[in-house]
Design a protein around this ligand. Sequence first.
Ligand code: C5J
Length: 220
Amino acid sequence: MLSVDAEPYAFEFDVGRTALVIIDMQRDFLEPGGFGEALGNDVSLLRRTIEPTRELLQAARAAGMLVIHTREGHRPDLGDLPPAKKRRGRFPVTIGDPGPMGRILVRGEVGHDIIPELAPADGEPVVDKPGKGAFHATDLDSVLRNRGIEKLIVCGVTTEVCVNTTVREANDRGFDCLVPEDCVGSYFPEFQDMALRMIKAQGGIFGWVGSSPALVAALT
Ligand code: C5J
């Protein structure tokens, strides 16, 4: 059993029963010229997560930990895109339309790919998710339970949307989640702060908040 400093208290985990889950580190959210930047967002706020996540990913792989990647996106025929999600925001260009890196959030398009720095290795499950939470309409729950996973280390973007939704879903399913704060990012600094505070409040109502250097040190 390993133990790392975290809030509200130390997070203890067994490498064989823990998965590193990397949420939606996709080109459209993180790369200059992608959909996120086209909407007026500062992608550097998300890109600061890349290097710490890469180091944590390397340590997790070396330790033999299960690594799972997720991608937010939809079928090319948009059959799994709720009309409400398509309409929301009243943006001139929305999901499924041509964007700077292909059709926005459509599977198979360049912008939907995971950034090369964090590309999945052979054998690492990639979960394609049509919603914000990684458990909604996916087989993630089975993939975790079939391998005896009980705890998750959750990285990715964005902190207050897909990371937070996934942590809440995982919590309701009985998984303990640790979120390393330097490996999650938001376009909005105040949301980053508040989303992390919400997770660890009230004795860890949704989980734990820690940092990647402590995890890397424990894993190596
Ligand atoms: C994610 C989003 N991945 N913000 N999506 O958080 O729409």
